[in-house]
Ligand binder design. Structure first.
Ligand code: BGC
Length: 418
């Protein structure tokens, strides 16, 4: 390009006549948000950036829970061609930071006061060795029961179950009446989502802390953990014969259309309810998994910012800045089903389930019962997480006894730690 042409291009750009080079004005974002509610949430982010003249190159990799997305991300980064940002769960942020693949967001974090608005438990993953490396977009809670009140009422069940006895009794009643009690998708991460909720629900916060966060052998092989596997076996009897491999959002749809009564799932299911123009807390009820009131398992979706060339950094910083902005956090999380990671956002416009989650988060933070979700990458590093999940899935899909399951889990977890 000759000098004259270059100068006129710059002049035209500064007058706003043309955009600057496309790559500089664009972010490429890898994520796994492909269900109806998830895609609507992505749209909120995309439009926010477009309003700031930053283009969006979509890199969506289907697959709930992000298993496929993690593989694609690895391939891209290993090939030396990282996207601008990648959606990831807590422990993965640490892994990528440890490998030196992530950029530094300290400047923008300081300018925008992230330190004071993000809860410490989330900050523990967004920062690596004191440097901000990822922007948290939300806080999800995986241990909800989503239930169809009409289906419950039609079967003589007044309210969602608040104890395991009630849960099992309601499910048996529904089943006897020909209704699928539990909508479930048999994918390992979905099995694990139920499992961790039962661990917390039957064992309580201290037991979750010991058996999952601390991977304590005695807790893993305890009678309480055997009771957890017994309950998993009981619940296996409450799912329909076609559960294997079903996507989570199809299971949510079964509750929405009355084919099934309940689903145990994170509040991304609320995104599906909103996308279907139903009112969460009214048309579809949200209640906590029995026994988990007073505790809060969390998972946050982070956008980790990869090391990219100088020409792409302005757009990347705009993405980071947009993600934490209070207005965006409100609109995004109303669509996604989660609650804001920026604690300054008021709960005023949230539905009953969102308001409960926001209040419960604060209470759990002060009570010391706010803990990372194992199923969703905040409980253990990926190898140890996989050791737990493999046993859970194997048990759910076989006739393995609870005694064998706890022994197998203890051995697999111990192996994975070394
Ligand atoms: C993510 C959610 C996502 C869900 C299902 C979870 O691990 O945190 O954002 O909606 O997986 O895909």
């Amino acid at each position: 390009m000759n000098r004259y042409f270059k100068l006129s291009l710059l002049a035209a750009a500064s007058l706003g006549l043309i955009g600057t080079a496309q790559a500089a004005d664009e972010v490429e974002v890898l994520h796994w948000w492909t269900s109806g509610g998830e895609a609507a949430a992505v749209q909120v982010l995309k439009e926010d950036l477009e309003s700031k003249n930053v283009g969006w190159q979509d890199m969506a990799v289907a697959g709930g829970g992000g298993d496929a997305a993690r593989t694609t991300l690895k391939t891209r980064v290993t090939a030396g061609d990282p996207p601008t940002a990648g959606q990831m769960l807590g422990m993965a942020v640490r892994d990528w930071a440890e490998q030196g693949s992530l950029g530094n967001l300290n400047e923008i974090a300081a300018t925008e006061g992230w330190e004071d608005v993000v809860p410490s438990a989330v900050k523990a993953f967004a920062k690596y060795e004191d440097d901000w490396v990822a922007a948290p977009v939300n806080i999800h809670r995986p241990h909800w029961v989503w239930s169809n009140p009409q289906v419950l009422a039609d079967n003589g069940i007044d309210a969602p179950p608040s104890s395991w006895e009630e849960f099992n009794a309601a499910a048996e009643k529904l089943q006897a009446n020909g209704v699928i009690p539990l909508a479930h998708g048999g994918q390992p991460w979905q099995d694990a989502t139920i499992f961790e909720a039962v661990v917390l629900g039957l064992g309580g916060a201290d037991f979750y802390q010991k058996s999952i966060i601390e991977a304590d052998e005695e807790a893993i092989t305890s009678d309480t953990m055997k009771a957890v596997f017994d309950q998993m076996r009981t619940m296996r009897g409450f799912v329909d014969p076609n559960f294997s491999g079903r996507d989570w959002n199809l299971a949510t749809a079964m509750v929405l259309n009355g084919e099934a009564a309940m689903q145990i799932m994170g509040d991304w299911a609320k995104g599906e309810i909103v996308a279907a123009e139903l009112i969460p807390g009214e048309d579809i009820l949200c209640s906590l998994v029995p026994g988990t009131e007073g505790s809060f398992l969390f998972n946050t979706d982070f956008f980790a910012m990869f090391n990219v060339g100088d020409d792409k950094q302005a757009a990347q910083m705009q993405l980071a800045s947009s993600i934490l902005a209070p207005g965006f956090q409100e609109t995004f999380n109303l669509t996604k089903g989660s609650i804001p990671a920026n604690m300054q956002v008021s709960d005023e416009n949230f539905d009953l389930c969102g308001q409960k989650s926001m209040a419960d988060l604060k209470a759990a933070e002060s009570a010391g019962t706010l803990m990372g979700s194992l199923a969703h990458g905040h409980g253990q590093p990926s190898a140890v997480q996989a050791a737990y999940v493999d046993v859970v899935t194997e048990h759910f899909n076989s006739d393995m006894s609870s005694e064998d399951a706890v022994q197998k889990m203890a051995a697999a977890v111990a192996d994975a730690q070394f």
